[in-house]
Design a protein around this ligand. Structure first.
Ligand code: SF4
Length: 202
């Protein structure tokens, strides 16, 4: 399926909404939530995503006319070897706090981080909570981790495959987050010649 299909972005959003609901019910069942304003997971240098899961994000960046600024900021980060996500806005005074500039459009990995199960090397499901949740909610975290029934917890692999199957070519390779955002912008950029021409003429 091409991204041009009017259904593709809607289908990705539909899957995101489905998992948002799933994550919310997991949070309500366990009492584990992200502390307000926490930005620790976005500060990781290891966030990886696919181009496909970043398309809603890229589409919104285009809608807000911020594609040139975002591409330029990514290039500058790449030049200095900074792998931090370009969309993360750190709090001015509190080092562990910050926010995503496009939170509602963030990719799948950012939604599921800390609220999903992964398979270990034996193929068994393991709950992956974030270190902040473990520190701020130790009792709830231990209870969630020792719960034998993990069927109600979002499964990262299943969610990934659901999105990936919409367009495996751009939905399978996991690459550093800034590269994924850049390539998703380029992917849409070349498909939008009319808008480019209009901007150039302006
Ligand atoms: S896309 Fe947003 S939520 Fe994901 S790592 Fe970047 S700033 Fe954080």
């Amino acid at each position: 399926m091409s991204w041009q299909s009017p259904h593709l972005l809607r289908r990705i959003h539909g899957i995101y909404r489905e998992y948002d609901r799933h994550i919310l019910s997991f949070q309500m069942a366990t009492g584990i939530r992200c502390p307000d304003g926490c930005g620790v997971c976005c500060q990781s240098q290891d966030v990886e995503a696919t181009v496909l899961e970043c398309l809603p994000l890229a589409n919104e960046i285009f809608n807000q006319g911020k594609e040139e600024a975002t591409l330029s900021a990514i290039d500058k980060r790449m030049e200095r070897g900074d792998l931090n996500c370009v969309l993360y806005i750190p709090h001015r005074d509190l080092p562990e706090y910050g926010r995503c500039a496009f939170y509602d459009y963030r990719p799948l990995v950012c939604r599921l981080f800390g609220f999903a199960v992964r398979r270990n090397k034996f193929g068994q499901k393991e709950l992956c909570l974030c270190k902040v949740a473990k520190k701020t909610e130790p009792a709830k975290s231990t209870a969630a981790e020792t719960d034998a029934d993990l069927t109600h917890v979002p499964d990262f692999h299943e969610a990934f495959m659901k999105i990936s199957s919409l367009s495996p070519e751009i939905g399978t390779p996991l690459i550093p987050i800034n590269t994924a955002i850049k390539q998703s912008l380029e992917y849409l950029y070349w498909k939008r010649p009319r808008r480019r021409k209009m901007r150039r003429a302006a």
